[in-house]
Design a protein around this ligand. Structure first.
Ligand code: NAD
Ligand code: ZN
Ligand code: ZN
Length: 394
């Protein structure tokens, strides 16, 4: 079958790989009909390279039709079912799953790396499980994971339940915006777009910041107040001006470690991409590899006593962060990988609603055949051609 594979820094290809087979009685095989590219996939192109092997299949935002089901998944799924596959692989029954901390599932945790639950298509740190940018996907723990969706509406109505929607929902939950309060969203990639829309849908005043015109424009047409980072010398000060001098009650950092502009860390990130794996892993473990602009902006923007919800991914173990300011302002911090299935019951009525209250059908900017994945990664990474969310169709 055809699959999107990793071959080194910035090098993604479409290869012929063996079709997956049922390996465990809890597995299912899904024929993929739509599969999206995520901002998290961009970290694999360079910073996270030391934790991938050539040929690893990427992708963690797939949906499709169940082809085959292992014996123990048969009570949950049947061939022909239309399903969305959550990006985390969780068992549904362990201590963590019982508490709905699905991203920390103890059955699939990666203890040798000290990391949480396995993820599809996401490095040795997260189980090195073949991903969903492929014609077929083996889904482990299929007795719990896949989300059944009805026939009829187009894939895009449901596809973003795999990651973007639950992630954005969690970002807003963790932001703990007081009733009638305000939130700043840094970053208007897919996660920031949906975080903004969900926060507005739940009644908050939303101010969002990015520096890419099409992304600002998309947010604007969904009723969000936007600021262009390039037009504000001190964006936190500009937001304070809009909020009686206090800053917003909450801030969502939907940017993460590849924030725009920091020459020193830029160099470290490129270095990590060039070194052999062992040396690069050592740099990752001992140097600050995150660009912290967005996090620093968040600390400066949040109202005293407010909350910062970090949903963008960070990966450095030695990042310098401004403890004085965080402590003095009395900021609450919440962060982490989304517990996808925890938020599906909140989201399902919204994606099934004919009026499309979250505008899920206005997020994807490009639908391309799987074969065009290298081009798709390129325009998404470079933010060219108006690319905001790209869906590949095998
Ligand atoms: N926690 C989770 O479970 C989870 C799930 C999915 C994605 N993510 C992470 O969320 C982040 C966003 O994902 P995405 O798909 O929207 O990616 P993306 O790369 O499309 O979006 C990032 C956006 O941030 C903007 N940006 C860069 N620097 C900025 C700055 N200093 N201030 C304001 N905006 C800035 C960019 O222009 C871009 O629009 C990534 O780090 C991704 O890994 C986390
Ligand atoms: Zn994703
Ligand atoms: Zn579990």
């Amino acid at each position: 079958m055809k699959a999107v594979t990793w071959h080194g820094t910035g090098d993604v290809r479409v290869d012929d790989v063996p079709e997956p087979k049922i390996e465990q009685p809890t597995d299912a095989i899904v024929r993929i009909t739509s599969t999206a590219i995520c901002g998290s996939d961009l970290h694999l192109l360079d910073v996270m390279g030391p934790y991938l092997d050539e040929g690893d299949v990427l992708g963690h935002e797939p949906m499709g039709i169940v082809e085959e089901v292992g014996q123990e998944a048969a009570a949950h799924l049947s061939p022909g079912d239309r399903v969305v596959v959550p990006f985390n692989i969780s068992c549904g029954t362990c201590w963590m799953c019982e508490r709905q901390r699905f991203a920390q599932c103890e059955t699939t945790q990666n203890r040798e790396h000290g990391t949480g639950a396995s993820l599809f298509g996401y490095t040795k740190l997260y189980g090195q499980v073949p991903g969903g940018q492929a014609e077929y996907l083996r889904v482990p723990m299929a007795d719990f994971g896949p989300i059944k969706v009805p026939e009829g509406p187009p894939d895009e109505r449901f596809l973003f339940l795999s990651d973007v929607l639950p992630t954005a929902w969690q970002a807003v939950e963790y932001a703990d915006i007081p009733k009638g309060g305000s939130v700043t969203v840094f970053g208007l990639g897919p996660i920031g777009q949906m975080s903004s829309r969900i926060a507005a849908h739940r009644g908050a005043r939303v101010i969002a910041v990015d520096l890419v015109p099409d992304r600002l424009e998309m947010a604007r047409r969904h009723g969000v107040e936007v600021l262009d980072l390039d037009e504000h010398e001190d964006v936190a000060a500009s937001i304070r001006e809009l909020t009686d001098g206090r800053g917003t009650d909450s801030v969502i950092d939907a940017v993460g470690m590849e924030a725009h502009g920091n020459p020193v860390v830029d160099f470290t990130q490129r270095l990590v991409g060039m070194l052999p794996d062992r040396a690069a892993q050592a740099v990752m473990e001992h140097a600050g590899v995150d660009r912290l602009q967005a996090l620093q902006q968040s600390v400066e923007t949040v109202c005293r006593g407010g909350t910062i919800s970090i949903i963008g991914v960070y990966g450095g173990t030695a990042d310098p962060i401004n403890m004085l300011q965080l402590f003095d302002k009395g900021v609450k911090l919440a962060m982490g990988q989304a517990h996808v299935k925890r938020w599906v019951d909140d989201l399902m009525p919204l994606v099934l609603d004919e009026s499309d209250p979250l505008g899920v059908e206005d997020l994807c900017t490009h639908r391309l055949p799987l074969e065009q994945a290298p081009h798709a990664y390129e325009i998404f990474k470079e933010k060219e051609d108006g690319a905001i969310k790209i869906v590949l169709q095998p």
